[in-house]
Design a protein around this ligand. Structure first.
Ligand code: GRG
Length: 317
């Protein structure tokens, strides 16, 4: 392999990371423009509510969920444009979940994406309503941009289940509830880990799984491809959340753009808390191997998704 193909670090992994960075940077303007358009003023939309929505959605996030949606579509032979409505709608749901997660009744945070959280910048009622509005906006966006009723129903059904009580909201409820319990209440470390895994699969994994499935749907993929991508995203989501827990222990507020070191103080159930840093990291790595294996069906068309999975382990924010 020529040194040009190896990227700045001179390693194959370094080259893959560079090409992922380029890919993410090149798609970012289209994603940001589509998000801005989705959050434009609508008749009857109060100015302050609109400002809070745009403040939360257009803040500098990594846009991992839109990128995953687009990559899943491309792996199935679809286009960026056809996946964009799905990419936007998942990011709107993600933005709502962050606004509500930061509220005093939930994680009670004052910093998100390097800025004051929405309820600090505006007020609690406006933040709650902005989150509420974003949920409706996500589904309306899919309804308006689907190519036909079949695609609309598949997209909307997939996202509704992922965001609902057996997905995102259910995971959040169990996560908050777990703070009131000790590891022994769950029946010891092994049982607590099983419980924690089920929380992560819903709280964090469900939206990633929706991204992969909705991207595949936008490409008209068959069930085999949808389920391979769903398996990939499930393992990806777990590795992502374990890495998030690790970063909470090892990073600074400035690096993450949010408060760190909070999990321990709140008595949260986490992988590092249950297994220690090294074993938690090893578990995240095992999940990334599972994610890679799930992509066998796609051959070289799955390479970007493999690079994205590797990025999850290496990310610093
Ligand atoms: C129903 C009232 C009510 C609230 C629900 C569902 C919910 C609140 C919260 C979801 C829980 C949540 C925030 C999970 C965390 C997932 C996670 C690690 C988010 C951070 O994702 P990144 O790192 O963020 O991709 P950026 O800022 O880059 O987009």
């Amino acid at each position: 392999m020529s040194s040009d193909a190896l990227g700045e670090s001179g390693t194959v992994a370094g080259a893959a990371e560079e090409s992922l960075k380029q890919y993410m940077a090149s798609h970012r303007p289209a994603v940001e423009a589509a998000l801005a358009e989705a959050c434009a003023d609508q008749p009857g939309m109060p100015t302050r509510l609109a400002e809070a929505i745009r403040y939360a959605v257009l803040a500098p996030g990594k846009r991992l969920r839109p990128v995953l949606t687009i990559m899943a579509a491309e792996a199935c032979g679809g286009s960026v444009a056809s996946a964009m409505p799905a990419a936007v709608s998942v990011e709107l749901i993600h933005a709502y979940s962050l606004i509500h997660d930061d509220l005093p009744a939930m994680d009670d945070d004052d910093l998100r994406r390097g800025r004051p959280t929405t309820h600090i910048e505006f007020d609690e009622a406006t933040a709650i309503l902005a989150g509420d509005a974003l949920q409706s906006m996500a589904f309306a966006h899919l309804h308006c941009h689907a190519v036909d009723d079949t695609q609309a129903a598949a997209w909307i059904g997939t996202l509704a289940i992922a965001a609902g009580p057996s997905g995102l909201v259910g995971g959040q409820a169990d996560d908050l509830d777990a703070e009131k319990h000790t590891v022994d209440d769950f029946g010891g470390p092994e049982a607590a880990r099983t419980h924690l895994e089920a929380i992560h699969h819903r709280k964090t994994g469900a939206l990633f799984t929706a991204c992969a499935a909705m991207g595949a749907i936008s490409a008209g993929a068959d069930q085999r491809a949808v389920s391979a991508l769903t398996n990939y995203a499930r393992a990806f989501g777990l590795a992502f959340q374990i890495t998030d827990d690790l970063l909470d222990c090892t990073s600074t507020d400035e690096q993450l753009g949010k408060r760190t070191g909070k999990d321990d103080g709140r008595g949260k159930l986490t992988y590092p808390g249950l297994m220690g840093l090294d074993r938690a990291r090893a578990h995240a790595e095992a999940m990334i191997r599972t994610a890679h294996e799930s992509l066998e069906l796609f051959g070289t068309a799955g390479q970007r998704l493999r690079n994205l999975a590797d990025f999850v382990l290496e990310r610093t924010n």
